[in-house]
Ligand binder design. Structure first.
Ligand SMILES: Cc1cc2nc3c(=O)[nH]c(=O)nc-3n(C[C@H](O)[C@H](O)[C@H](O)COP(=O)(O)OP(=O)(O)OC[C@H]3O[C@@H](n4cnc5c(N)ncnc54)[C@H](O)[C@@H]3O)c2cc1C
Length: 449
């Protein structure tokens, strides 16, 4: 039987007190017998109701950021495993570990909000590019697999409101956050700055904060910070994250008539979708008031015509291609320019290659955050009995890198399954979730010295 954690229990009570049970929530709880437990039905019910979700989100954030609770958590003498970063892989590791009978790990998260990349906003701002389907996880290309499956989580993306084939970032964030709420102790606003020790213990230090002594560290720092952060001013030149934060506000496209996006990966595509109003609907918007007339997309490897786009692009991004042809009034809204470009901020806008824009969004990749003692070349590939490489292990400390941050090369099976055909899959969560789950399932239990 699923026993809710103290946090999940208190959060559900808070939602019930402040929101009651809305018609949407009642509709789900009327099917309680079809869920694995009543708690899971209640969690799926709250996911249906935007106001209940907001209450739950706020409750969870304030629970984890409460100073006294943080102090009690950090003062515990029996800290065994520490996870760096509170994203998807932290949740996978914690869920599998605890479901196998181990104590809850302690998660240290640099930001004020857990959920990693998918939690960059509280409102939905981009669609996932991996399918949510009913059922268990499997390789990309398996038509019966749910690619957004989080092993061991209290609820899965397929318990959430149907949103066509591709759910939103906040749907995935909710699944991650609830898994952490169930299976981990979390301290937010705790940025790990250095890690050092040996097999007897590892000292994990945080910036301007306390240090904890752990027996094992799981480094789940994720895809890191934008490489372009120094080039942006946050208003006319933004990173992808800053632009998405803007998309979560009211009238996000106000005053933007001409925009440029630099970079053609998944972030660039999601930014272009937002500018073309193909992404999740903003909280408040009116197409007639705030219409971006022209988007120049500086990206070296993208098709430039609608016809080429339809042939070369996978289904998820097909809709963008229609904007690469002339519109009914002769103008073309979206143009792909096969050049690398650097923006320059000028009053009221930004220049790229001598052209003036109201907004430039830089989507040119990420670089891992720095932690002293955990440099990449101090790690080697870590394999399990069947020869599969599932993580990286530090050469002389009980520290493991997991997820995209482990930078594992595509293996034979992934090439056979077609996962390696898309370079972007190197960092996709569905590619690495099974590996992290395998690590959590196979590492020995810790015993106190
Ligand atoms: C726009 C976009 C769309 C995507 N869509 C998909 C998709 O549809 N399907 C898919 O499979 N994948 C997708 N991905 C990839 C997916 O985001 C990653 O695979 C996934 O987020 C990796 O999870 P993670 O937990 O390793 O890292 P992250 O989600 O990046 O989380 C890492 C966490 O670590 C924290 N952190 C970093 N440094 C420190 C430190 N020093 N101390 C403490 N905490 C720290 C960060 O604040 C962050 O919260 C997408 C990525 C982007 C950018």
């Amino acid at each position: 039987m699923f026993e809710p954690s103290a946090l999940i229990d208190s959060m559900l009570d808070a939602v019930a007190r402040r929101r009651g049970e809305s018609a949407r929530m009642r509709a789900v709880t009327s099917r309680v017998a079809e869920f694995a437990s009543p708690t899971q039905a209640r969690l799926a019910a709250l996911a249906q109701d935007p106001d209940a979700r907001t209450i739950a989100d706020q409750f969870i954030d304030s629970w984890w950021s409460d100073a006294q609770r943080q102090q009690r958590t950090l003062d515990r003498a029996d800290i065994g495993e520490v996870i760096i970063g509170a994203g998807f892989h932290a949740a996978v590791y914690a869920a599998v570990r605890v479901r196998a009978g181990n104590p809850k790990p302690l998660v240290l998260e640099a930001s004020g909000r857990t959920g990693g990349t998918f939690a960059m906003t509280e409102r939905p701002v981009f669609h996932l590019n991996s399918h949510t389907r009913p059922g268990l996880a499997g390789p990309a290309g398996d038509a019966d697999a749910n690619l957004n499956y989080l092993p061991g989580a209290p609820i899965q993306t397929d318990h959430l409101p149907s949103a066509g084939e591709y759910q939103t970032n906040t749907d995935m964030a909710l699944v991650i956050r609830l898994a952490l709420a169930q299976y981990a102790d979390v301290v937010t606003n705790a940025s790990v700055s250095s890690v050092g020790g040996d097999d007897d213990g590892v000292l994990v230090e945080t910036e301007d904060g306390p240090a904890v002594l752990a027996q094992r560290v799981i480094d789940a720092r994720g895809i890191g910070d934008p490489v372009s952060a120094k080039l942006t001013n946050g208003t006319t030149i933004t990173t992808f994250g800053q632009f998405m934060a803007r998309m979560a506000t009211i009238w996000p496209l106000r005053g933007i008539r001409r925009a440029a996006v630099i970079g053609g990966g998944d972030s660039g595509k999601c930014a272009v979708e937002a500018l073309l109003e193909l992404g999740p609907q903003p909280f408040v918007s009116a197409a007639g008031l705030d219409h971006v007339n022209r988007i120049d997309w500086y990206a070296a490897d993208l098709p430039a015509t609608c016809e080429q786009w339809q042939i070369q692009m996978r289904g998820r991004y097909q809709a963008i291609g229609h904007f690469l042809r002339l519109g009914s009034r002769g103008g073309q809204r979206l143009t792909v320019i096969a050049r690398r470009a650097n923006p320059v901020a000028v009053p009221d806008g930004a220049l790229v290659d001598g052209r003036m824009y109201d907004l430039v969004v830089l989507c040119v990749g990420n670089t891992e955050t720095t932690i002293d003692g955990l440099e990449f070349d101090a790690f080697g590939e870590y394999t399990i009995n069947d020869g599969t490489s599932i993580a990286r292990k530090h050469v002389d400390q009980p520290v493991f890198r997991v997820g995209p941050h482990a930078r594992l090369p595509f293996n034979y099976q992934e090439r056979q399954d077609g996962v390696a055909d898309l370079p972007g899959n190197a960092v996709s969560m569905f590619r690495t979730s099974g590996k992290t789950a395998a690590l959590a399932a196979t590492l020995p239990s810790l015993t106190r010295n």
